[in-house]
Design a protein around this ligand. Structure first.
Ligand SMILES: Cc1ncc(COP(=O)(O)O)c(C=O)c1O
Length: 371
């Protein structure tokens, strides 16, 4: 189906920077620079310095970045890691893949970990907290960091959705022992396939990640541990180096579009909006996703579809309510469950025109006036 307002528009973004991308791909392919070459190093350095950190290690996805971070932090079978259910499943899966137990807590109205729920979830087995900076908004890290200090817990940040966001002028992904990023195509900084990164200030931790991503190879001949095939492709890194030049412009545009949505939708009492980009305070949001909570959500989604607007309901069933994930059924998280029933993501990306955003607003307004 051809949408008037598609949820993402990869071809349009490519078209806008085609010349540079094509030239870069031609250079990389002509040189045969495919695995762990200079483009990867350049991109790792760019992201690390953007965050104000010393090390960035490119891997093949944020999922691997999370797994490797937990392994390098020493998380093992029997340990507990506190995180949220209201996230992409990869966050929770990474803990399970390390043999540890995810302990899921509630989120606040901003969809991020409710720090006031952490202390009650801590046990003798708790080894780490894994906050998720969701939808392009950083978690309130003040309380999370002070609890981590009090109970001697490691912080691994899932910043897959929040490169560029900040809390109290500090970048999401620069608080913990490590942070994990995704460069999946739909991310604000997305490549043409999968990609991820671990960022850290800790040299020996960075060294462990470098080993894990490449079969434990310390040098060509020396193996230090068992590892994985999980490098960020040099071609993808080269593409990301091109796109990174546009990153701050793209964030600016996203914030402008979010503001148009917020202004246009503010009069509709059946929906709850994300915080406005104009709100003064501790948060700088990058609007990776523009998520609203809507009464009659499923009917609204259908109506928007009929009118040519593509939307996404990212987790219609809360992760801890998924039938196959029986080990998570013990968690009782009514707020998260209600969010799963109400959230819907509207199209938001820099290539979207103001007219398209106004059209989406008009259709939502029409829905609540007539249905
Ligand atoms: C919050 C969160 N964590 C982890 C991931 C996993 O990222 P990847 O697809 O790069 O493995 C995603 C991907 O969308 C995500 O949104």
């Amino acid at each position: 189906m051809k949408y008037k307002v598609p949820f993402v528009n990869y071809p349009l973004q490519y078209k806008n920077i085609k010349k540079e991308i094509d030239a870069t791909m031609t250079r990389v392919l002509s040189n045969g620079d495919l695995i762990l070459r200079d483009d990867v190093t350049k991109f790792e350095n760019s992201i690390a310095s953007f965050l104000g950190l010393k090390y960035g290690i490119g891997v093949n996805s944020c999922t691997d970045a999370l797994i490797f971070s937990l392994l390098a932090a020493g998380i093992k079978r029997g340990d507990e890691v506190i995180t949220v259910s209201h996230t992409f499943l990869a966050t929770i899966a990474s803990i399970v893949h390390c043999g540890a137990k995810p302990v899921l807590i509630e989120v606040g109205d901003d969809y991020n970990m409710d720090a006031d729920k952490i202390e009650a979830a801590i046990t003798k087995k708790t080894k780490a907290i894994l906050p998720v900076h969701f939808n392009g908004r950083a978690c309130n890290m003040k309380k999370i960091m002070s609890l981590a200090k009090k109970y001697n817990l490691k912080i691994i940040e899932d910043a897959a959705q929040s490169l560029g966001a900040s809390f109290n002028k500090q970048k999401a992904g620069s608080f913990g022992l490590s942070s994990c990023f995704s460069f999946y195509p739909a991310k604000i900084l997305g490549t043409f396939g999968d990609g991820g990164m671990v960022c850290t200030n800790n040299k020996s931790f960075a060294q462990k990640i470098i080993l894990l991503r490449d079969h434990g190879r310390a040098t060509k001949d020396k193996i230090d541990c068992y590892g994985f095939t999980s490098r960020l492709d040099n071609l993808q890194a080269a593409i990301l180096n091109v796109k990174f030049k546009y990153f701050s412009t793209w964030i600016k545009k996203r914030r402008e579009l979010a503001d148009i949505y917020n202004q246009g939708l503010s009069g509709i009492k059946e929906i709850k909006l994300p915080p406005s980009p104009k709100t003064k305070g501790l948060f700088f949001d990058v609007y990776q996703n523009y998520v609203i909570r809507a009464q009659k959500r499923d009917k609204l989604a259908l109506y928007l579809k009929k009118k040519g607007v593509e939307t996404i309901i990212s987790s219609p069933i809360a992760n801890h309510k998924q039938k196959a994930l029986k080990d998570l059924h013990r968690f009782h998280l009514p707020k998260t469950e209600q969010m799963a029933r109400e959230v819907i993501s509207l199209p938001l990306y820099p290539e979207l025109t103001n007219t398209q955003v106004k059209y989406v607003i008009q259709v939502i307004d029409e829905f609540y006036k007539t249905k």
